[in-house]
Design a protein around this ligand. Sequence first.
Ligand SMILES: NC(=O)c1ccc[n+]([C@@H]2O[C@H](COP(=O)([O-])OP(=O)(O)OC[C@H]3O[C@@H](n4cnc5c(N)ncnc54)[C@H](OP(=O)(O)O)[C@@H]3O)[C@@H](O)[C@H]2O)c1
Length: 320
Amino acid sequence: MRYIVVGAGAVGGTIGARLYQGGHEVLLVARGAHYAALKRDGLRLVTSESAETLDIPAADGPVPTRDDDVLILATKSQDTIAALAPWPSDLPVVCAQNGVANERMVLRRFDRVYGMCVWLPAQIPQPGVIAAGGHPYSGMLHVGRYPQGVDDLGEQIVTDLGKHGLVARRSPDVMRWKYGKLIGNLANAAEALVGHAPGLSDLAERARAEARTVLDQAGIAYSTPAEEAEVRGHKVDMRPIEGVERGGGSSWQSLARSSGSIEADYLNGEIVLLGRLHGVPTPVNEVLRREANRAAADKLPPGSMSPETLAALIDGRSAA
Ligand SMILES: NC(=O)c1ccc[n+]([C@@H]2O[C@H](COP(=O)([O-])OP(=O)(O)OC[C@H]3O[C@@H](n4cnc5c(N)ncnc54)[C@H](OP(=O)(O)O)[C@@H]3O)[C@@H](O)[C@H]2O)c1
């Protein structure tokens, strides 16, 4: 089997590197300066314990495909459609992404779609370098066929992922885990907007409480933090990496890189969408979605807003 990682950034680069170290054939697909560095120097994987350069083949677009190829999609959700467009729809696709919208988007074109619930703290400190902060494993990955079940290929993917530096679990109800993870990721926009200011945890909890009301009303099952903590144990604890400052999560990183876009439509926006479908007001996630997009479009740095300003915008929206 050859694993083609489409969007070999923080998460995709870590998964690609660990599969490669486990003895698998891997191709990294990237773009821009990151692609140029991967192609020229190989992928440099740094962790709290080691730093090594891996000579993994890289491409900046589609390559001739084979029957045994598996696509690991690891772009941000807003890039899913464009990133998969050039790839043939008979290949299996594993969505190694946050949110719950990607699998459904991909299933329109691709017959075999797998969800992956990704606990894997990572970032790109500079082009060609992936810093993976999880210890002793870089990440824990739940994998299952979408919408549910685990087939033979899913079992094989779990076995392959678990060979080096990652914990992989077969998960027939992978979307239940991804809805649980989505609740946690509603804080991403707040963290990007206010940084690690003291008011962050209150804002995050308001977004999460609203989401639980929406999901309950919609009859959607989700894993709980206690369940997640029990499964994860101390397998993926965050460890500092020498010379790498972990400023924040993946939406924080989008603002820090002035990338011009952010994943909020597929995180907070998912709750807004479900709220509208099921008649539940979602002022907290509406404001977080809107303000995160505004900050990304205006290329503002992370932490550009005070928690008080953000809370006042939410209160204003709630009153309206
Ligand atoms: N980072 C974390 O700690 C973490 C943890 C758990 C889950 N996640 C989730 O994992 C997913 C990926 O996040 P990430 O943080 O790994 O993002 P990332 O570091 O930005 O990596 C995504 C990569 O995909 C590239 N890309 C986008 N469109 C492409 C295309 N058409 N062709 C080739 N490459 C393309 C991006 O390039 P550009 O930079 O040029 O856009 C970027 O290098 C997200 O859903 C995120 O929420 C992240």
